[in-house]
Design a protein around this ligand. Structure first.
Ligand code: SF4
Ligand code: SF4
Length: 375
C-alpha cells in the first residue's frame, strides 16, 4: 500500500506542473495522426489524473494510454517540465487491473519471448540483420581504462556487429571492454509491458552484477536500454537499499556517443558514405542527447542530410509495432520518406529497435552509426 501512496504523491507533483497550455500537442505523433485530445499528452495526463484521483477509468482509457509511444517528445516541448514518462508509468501500472485478460496473456507472451534467449534466439537468427563482419582489433598498448559494455537482450542476436564494432573502436582507443551476458536485459520490455515486478527483479540483478564489474563507465549502444538504465533510480523509493546503488549505476552509464564525444577519433578508419541519420526518441527526448551523434559525425567529415520532422518517432518504440501495427506502420512510412529524401547510401541510427523497424521497409541499408567508424 505504502508504495502506491508514495507513487501517487509523485504523480500528484507531476500532474500539478501541467498548466494545460497544449504546446505538447503539436509535437505528439499520435495526436498528429489521430487528432483526438485523448491521444495527446494533455489528454493522457487527464486520463491518469481521473484514474488516480477518482478511480475513474475504463478499457477505453487503457486504449488511449496504450497508443502512447512513450517517445517523450512532449517532455522536450513542455515549458513546465512535466515528467510525462514517469507519470505514464505510474498511470499504466494503476489501470492494469482493468486490462482484459486476453491482452494480459498476449503482453506476457511477448515479453517472455523477447527477453528469454532460449525462445528468442532461434527466431532472432532468422531475422538477423547483420552478422559479425568486423575483425577484432588488437588493444592499443596504452590502456586508458576499463569499460562495461551492455550486451542487451535482442541486439546480440539481431545485430552482433554493433557491439563488435564498438569493442574494436574501444580497443583502438586503448580501453579494455567487458561485456555483459545476453540474458541481462535492462528491464525496459518488462517495465513497458505490464511486468513491473519482473522488471524490478532484473534491475536489481543488473545493479549488483554491474557494480561488481567495477568498471569506470557503463556503455550502452542501444539508446532504448540506455534511457532505462539512467532511469533506474526512479524505480526505487529513497529509503530503499537499492536507491543509492541505482544512482551510482545511472551516473556511470553513458550512451556510446557520450563516451566517444571527447575522444580523439582520428586514428579510426571510416567507411565513407552519404548518410541520413535517424535520431531515436530515447536518445533525443529520453536521454536529452539530441544533436550529439550528428556533431560527432560532422567532426569526422560526414555530412548527414537534414531530415524533416526529425523529432518524431519512427514507430518502433520497443514492442509498440507489435501491439499498434497500424500507427507504427504510418510512422515508419513518414519517417522513411523524410530520411530517404536526400537519397542516402546508408541510413544510420542509434538504437536496435529503430534499426530493425526501418530496415523492414527499405532496401537502403540501415546501420548503427558506430559501424561507420570500424572499417
Ligand atoms: S504537458 Fe506541458 S506542454 Fe503539455 S499541456 Fe501540460 S504544461 Fe502544457
Ligand atoms: S510520449 Fe510521445 S506519443 Fe506519448 S503523449 Fe508524449 S509525445 Fe505523444
Amino acid at each position: 500500500m505504502q508504495t502506491i501512496d508514495i507513487k501517487n504523491l509523485k504523480a500528484d507533483e507531476i500532474i500539478r506542473k501541467c498548466v494545460h497550455c497544449g504546446f505538447c500537442l503539436a509535437t505528439c505523433p499520435t495526436y498528429q495522426l489521430l487528432g483526438d485530445e485523448l491521444d495527446s499528452p494533455r489528454g493522457r495526463i487527464y486520463l491518469v489524473k481521473s484514474a488516480l484521483e477518482n478511480n475513474d477509468f475504463s478499457s477505453v482509457s487503457i486504449t488511449h494510454l496504450d497508443r502512447c509511444l512513450t517517445c517523450r517528445s512532449c517532455e522536450t516541448t513542455c515549458p513546465s517540465g512535466v515528467e510525462y514518462g514517469q507519470l505514464l508509468d505510474i498511470g499504466r501500472e494503476f489501470v492494469e487491473q482493468k486490462r482484459p485478460l486476453w491482452q494480459k496473456i498476449m503482453r506476457f507472451g511477448v515479453r517472455k519471448f523477447l527477453t528469454t534467449p532460449l525462445f528468442f534466439n532461434p527466431i532472432g537468427l532468422i531475422f538477423q540483420h547483420s552478422k559479425t563482419i568486423s575483425k577484432p582489433s588488437k588493444i592499443s598498448t596504452k590502456i586508458s581504462g576499463k569499460v562495461l559494455l551492455l550486451g542487451g537482450c535482442v541486439q546480440p542476436i539481431l545485430a552482433p556487429n554493433i557491439n563488435n564494432s564498438i569493442k574494436n573502436i574501444l580497443a583502438k582507443l586503448g580501453f579494455e571492454t567487458i561485456e555483459t551476458p545476453q540474458k541481462q536485459c535492462c528491464g525496459a520490455l518488462d517495465q513497458h509491458l505490464s511486468g513491473g515486478r519482473e522488471a524490478l527483479k532484473k534491475v536489481k540483478t543488473n545493479i549488483d552484477s554491474w557494480l561488481k564489474a567495477d568498471a569506470e563507465v557503463i556503455i550502452s549502444s542501444a539508446s532504448g536500454c540506455g534511457v532505462m538504465v539512467k532511469d533506474y533510480p526512479n524505480l526505487f523509493e529513497k529509503a530503499d537499499e537499492y536507491y543509492k546503488k541505482a544512482q551510482l549505476v545511472a551516473s556511470k552509464t553513458q550512451d556510446i556517443s557520450e563516451f566517444l564525444a571527447d575522444k580523439d577519433l582520428r586514428k579510426l578508419q571510416l567507411k565513407k558514405a552519404n548518410i541520413s541519420y535517424h535520431e531515436p526518441c530515447t536518445l533525443q527526448h529520453g536521454q536529452r542527447l539530441g544533436g550529439l551523434v550528428a556533431t560527432i559525425l560532422k567532426d569526422l567529415g560526414y555530412n548527414p542530410a537534414s531530415v524533416k520532422d526529425a523529432h518524431l518517432c519512427c514507430g518502433s518504440a520497443g514492442s509498440y509495432s507489435i501491439f499498434q501495427p497500424k500507427l507504427a506502420k504510418q510512422l515508419q512510412i513518414n519517417k522513411l520518406k523524410n530520411l530517404q529524401a536526400s537519397s542516402p547510401e546508408v541510413i544510420v541510427t542509434a538504437n536496435i529497435g529503430c534499426l530493425m523497424h526501418l530496415q523492414n521497409a527499405t532496401k537502403t541499408p540501415v546501420k548503427h552509426w558506430v559501424e561507420l567508424l570500424d572499417n
